[in-house]
Design a binder for this molecule. Structure first.
Ligand code: FES
Length: 127
């Protein structure tokens, strides 16, 4: 069996939603001290719905594929639903990641949660 699923390779080679949203109203970052990889998420939220999401990832292929898939999973979704996104759901949507690469999907969950926290605090309802 190949180490990486076709979906991982597809999202690594053709990542969706790469870039920056200049007028984002939620921005979050996550990093892993061990591998040094960093992921940044930009959210444009209107009426409680994620209208647009973009990411910048300085990291491994699994981190790029995880960012790409995570943005696809939350785009167009209500904030409450995006809050419940787990790294496991991201990895499952990619048809799995090798065990030692699961932490790459954790970055996606953390970066999105950080961006949603930023959005909430800008709305004056910090956790
Ligand atoms: Fe650290 Fe992938 S090796 S995020």
């Amino acid at each position: 069996m190949a180490l990486y699923s076709e979906k991982v390779m597809d999202h690594f080679r053709n990542p969706r939603n790469v870039g920056v949203i200049e007028d984002a109203n939620g921005v979050g970052e996550a990093g892993n001290a061990k591998c040094g990889d960093i992921m940044k998420m930009y959210l444009k939220i209107e009426d409680g719905v994620i209208e647009d999401v973009k990411f910048e990832t300085f990291g491994c292929g699994s981190a790029i594929a995880s960012s790409s898939m995570a943005t696809e999973l939350i785009k167009g979704k209500p904030v409450e639903e995006a809050m419940t996104l787990t790294n496991k759901a991201v990895a499952e949507a990619l048809d799995g990641l090798p065990a030692y690469k699961m932490h790459c999907s954790v970055l996606a969950e953390e970066a999105i949660k950080a961006a949603l926290d930023d959005y909430n605090s800008r709305q004056g309802k910090a956790e």
